[in-house]
Design a protein. Structure first.
Lengths: 305, 234
C-alpha cells in the first residue's frame, strides 16, 4: 500500500469523512497483513510451500481476534441512557466488558456486578401450580416475579429509627431496613460489595445488561472488548503496527501446526517465536512509559495518614 | 526456424528412401510435435523447481529451471480481461493453464483459488473465509471461472500460459517445378514458437510421427534411440 500525502492524511483529499486517514499510520490493514504474509512466508523455497489465500485470511482474522481479547488494550466505549426497562442492550460487536460506569456530570462512577441473579425466565402456572402449555405443546412464558421486583424498584427512604443508621437513607423490605455502605466506612464488611453505586447483571444469552432499579434516564458508559472484526467490514479491520509481527508469527505457527511433513522441532520453534512476539506486542501495547513510571514512583516515600 | 526443420526432416526421410511429406502433413506433424515438447517443457520445469528446492539448482548455464522458464515466458499472456457470461467468467480458448495467484479483481485485489464445490461451500459458511469484494474467491468449472461474491461481474483479469500457435510452413507453387517454394511473406505463415534450442527435439519428434505414418519401423527406432540418448546426456 502506497504512502499517502500530508494533504490526504489531514483532509482525506476533501472527501467525507475528512478525518478518515488521521491516525491511520499506527495501523496496518487486514489486506496488507494477508498480502505481506503471502509475500514473506509462502513460496517454493520456504517452509510453507503452498497455501490458499483464504486460509491465510482465516488465520489472520483469528490472530486479530486473539490479540484484541488479550493484548491490544484498545477498548471500545459506548454510552446509552437507561430506559424504563432498566436494560442496556449489548453492542453488536460486544465480547466482554471492562468496566461499566454511571456518568454523572462528566464524572464516571464505576458500578459493580451483582453476582446474585436479578433476572429469570418464568413459566405460566395454573392455580394448582401446574405448568401451562399452548396448543403446540410449548410452555407459555411470562414475566418472572424477580424481573418485576427489579423493575418496580425501591425508593430510598429516610430511616428515623434508633441506632447508628438513624437519619440515613435506606430501603425497607418486609419490615427490615437495608443501607448502602461506602468504601472504608465500616469494618467487617465484604469489600466486594462496598460500593454505593447501582449494580448490574449481564444476561449473556439475552444480550442485555440488567441494572438495579434506580437508573432510569441516567447515562451509563460501557467500556468493552470487541474482536476487531468491525462487524464484517473487512476494509476497516486493522492491527496496530506494534503487533504486526505477532500476527505473522501466529499465522505461521498455525499453518505449520496443521501441516504434514513438517518436523516437530519446526512446529515448536514457530510456537516459541509466536509466544515471544506475543509478549513483545503485549508489552508494547501496555503503553508503559518511563516518564509515567517515574511520576508514579515519586510517591513511594510519601507518608500515609 | 520452420523452414530449417522442414528441410532437415525431408533430408532425413529422403535419405532413407522413406517417402515424402506434403506441406499439409508436415504442418500437422509439426503441431503435434510442438505440443508434445511444450508438455515436456512444463514437466521438466516442475522437476527443475523440485530439484532447486532440494538444493540441487545451478546458476548460469546450469540453471535448468531458468532455461525452461525462458521457454515458458514466451507463452504467458499477462493481464487478460475475462468476459462475463453469467454465472461464469469465460476462459480464453487458447488457455493451457492459469498461472497460480494471477487472478485479480480490479487490477489489485487477488482472487483466491478454491478447489472443489465442497470446499467452496465450507468457505461460504465461515465468517473467517466468506468471500467478499476485498477477499474474493474463484473456483474453476467446466464453463469457466465462478467468482464469488457473485456481485463481481466485471474486472477479472488473469495471467495464463497459452498453447503454442499451430505452425504453418507456407509456400508458393512455381510453374514447371514439383517442389513447393517456401513463402515467409504469406499472411497465414506461422513459425514454431519454441526457442531455437528445441530445434533438434522438434526434428526428432516430427520424424517419429513421419515414421509412424509411413510405417517405417527403423525410422521410429532411430529417432527413439536419439531421444533417449539426449535424455541421458541431460
Amino acid at each position: 500500500m502506497a504512502y499517502i500525502t500530508d494533504e490526504q492524511y489531514y483532509t482525506n483529499g476533501g472527501t467525507n469523512p475528512t478525518g478518515a486517514n488521521q491516525g491511520s499510520y499506527q495501523f496496518i490493514s487486514l489486506r496488507e497483513l494477508v498480502d505481506n504474509f503471502e509475500l514473506l512466508y509462502v513460496g517454493e523455497d520456504k517452509l510453507i510451500n503452498r497455501v490458499h489465500r483464504h486460509i491465510v485470511l482465516a488465520h489472520t482474522k483469528r490472530a486479530i481476534q486473539e490479540l484484541n481479547y488479550n493484548a491490544l488494550n484498545m477498548p471500545k466505549v459506548l454510552e446509552l441512557t437507561i430506559g424504563s426497562d432498566y436494560q442496556f442492550v449489548l453492542p453488536p460487536d460486544y465480547v466482554n466488558y471492562i468496566r461499566i460506569s454511571l456518568n454523572i456530570d462528566g464524572v464516571l462512577y464505576p458500578m459493580i456486578e451483582n453476582h446474585q441473579m436479578t433476572y429469570a425466565n418464568s413459566y405460566l402456572q395454573d392455580n394448582n401450580y401446574d405448568i401451562v402449555f399452548d396448543l403446540s405443546g410449548n410452555v407459555i412464558e411470562t414475566q418472572s416475579a424477580l424481573d418485576q421486583n427489579r423493575l418496580d424498584g425501591l425508593t430510598a427512604q429516610l430511616y428515623a429509627g434508633p441506632g447508628p443508621m438513624s437519619g440515613q437513607l435506606g430501603y425497607s423490605i418486609d419490615d427490615e431496613w437495608y443501607f448502602a455502605r461506602t468504601i472504608g466506612s465500616s469494618y467487617k464488611t465484604n469489600p466486594e460489595f462496598m460500593n454505593t453505586n447501582p449494580t448490574f447483571k449481564i444476561d449473556k444469552n439475552a444480550g442485555v445488561i440488567h441494572f438495579s432499579s434506580d437508573l432510569q434516564d441516567r447515562h451509563v458508559v460501557l467500556e468493552y472488548i470487541s474482536d476487531g472484526m468491525e462487524k464484517g467490514d473487512w476494509s476497516e479491520v486493522k492491527m496496530h503496527k506494534f503487533a504486526e509481527e505477532c500476527v505473522y508469527s501466529y499465522v505461521n505457527k498455525e499453518l505449520l501446526r496443521n501441516a504434514r511433513n513438517v518436523p516437530m522441532y519446526e512446529k515448536m520453534a514457530a510456537n516459541k517465536r509466536y509466544r515471544a512476539e506475543y509478549n513483545n506486542a503485549k508489552l508494547a501495547m501496555s503503553n508503559l512509559k518511563g516518564s509515567r513510571l517515574i511520576q508514579v514512583l515519586r510517591g513511594k516515600n510519601k507518608w500515609q495518614k | 526456424m520452420i523452414n530449417n526443420v522442414r528441410q532437415s526432416v525431408l533430408d532425413l526421410v529422403r535419405k532413407a528412401n522413406n517417402g515424402y511429406l506434403t506441406p499439409d502433413e508436415f504442418n500437422r506433424m509439426s503441431h503435434m510435435a510442438q505440443l508434445d515438447i511444450f508438455d515436456e517443457i512444463m514437466s521438466k520445469y516442475a522437476d527443475a523447481v523440485v530439484k532447486r528446492t532440494l538444493g540441487l539448482g545451478g546458476m548460469d548455464v546450469a540453471d535448468i529451471e531458468g532455461k525452461y522458464m525462458e521457454a515458458i515466458e514466451t507463452f504467458i499472456v499477462p493481464e487478460s480481461t475475462l468476459t462475463y457470461s453469467a454465472p461464469n467468467f469465460l476462459i480464453p480458448s487458447d488457455c493451457y493453464k492459469i498461472i497460480d495467484k494471477s487472478v485479480v479483481y480490479n487490477s489489485t485485489t487477488p482472487v483466491s483459488k478454491v478447489e472443489g464445490r465442497r470446499a467452496l461451500a465450507q468457505i461460504r459458511a465461515s465468517n473467517l473465509t466468506a468471500p467478499s469484494a476485498l477477499f474474493p474467491v474463484y473456483s474453476k468449472t467446466q464453463d469457466g471461472l465462478r467468482v464469488e461474491p457473485t456481485s463481481i461481474t466485471s474486472g477479472i483479469k488473469i495471467d495464463y500460459i497459452r498453447y503454442p500457435k499451430m505452425p504453418k510452413w507456407t509456400y508458393t507453387v512455381v510453374p514447371g517445378s514439383d517442389a513447393p517454394l517456401f513463402n515467409i511473406s504469406a499472411v497465414d505463415y506461422q513459425d514454431f514458437e519454441l526457442p531455437k534450442f528445441f530445434e533438434d527435439d522438434l526434428i526428432i519428434k516430427i520424424l517419429q510421427y513421419a515414421g509412424v505414418s509411413l510405417r517405417e519401423i527403423e525410422l521410429i527406432q532411430a529417432t527413439k534411440s536419439e531421444e533417449i540418448q539426449n535424455k541421458q546426456e541431460q
